[in-house]
Write a protein that binds this ligand. Structure first.
Ligand code: HEC
Length: 112
């Protein structure tokens, strides 16, 4: 019995270690990508306003990087106007969920 308990605890610890940014829920994040797909989901897409701008690939990026980038837009540390407007409306939970979704191998967005 004791061995079984140890095994369960170890498995849980491993599962947590595998997703250090695991506050995010990829399934919930997928629902939120409707806000992002218009730009990040189209191969080779460039935004036209305020100037022609190439949209970066976010699928497959590290979750921590995505959250940090979104926080940067929200705080004003990053200055792209469209992304700032979008990030301003995202909660920490939204960012974590979106990052969990986009960092998963299965998520695909436009190549740069
Ligand atoms: C109107 C078009 C548009 C929409 C909608 C949009 N983005 Fe972006 N996104 C951009 C552009 C353009 C950039 C590059 C801005 C820059 O250079 O700072 C960018 C940058 C980013 C970056 C930084 C990528 C990097 O490599 O540094 C992340 C992360 C990101 N977007 C996530 C999202 C998420 C999540 C959503 C939905 C909630 C979203 N974006 C919606 C156009 C858009």
């Amino acid at each position: 019995m004791r061995i079984l308990v140890n095994a369960v605890v170890t498995a849980a610890a491993l599962a947590m270690g595998a997703s250090a940014y695991a506050a995010g829920d990829a399934a919930a994040g997928k629902q939120k990508t409707v806000m992002c797909e218009g730009c990040h989901g189209i191969a080779g897409y460039r935004t036209a306003f305020p100037s022609v701008y190439s949209v970066p690939k976010i699928g497959g990026q590290h979750a921590g990087y995505i959250v940090k980038a979104l926080q940067g837009y929200k705080s004003g540390e990053r200055s792209h106007p469209t992304m700032r407007a979008i990030a301003a409306g995202l909660s920490d939970q939204d960012m974590a969920d979106l990052a969990a979704y986009y960092s998963a191998d299965t998520a695909k967005t436009a190549a740069k």
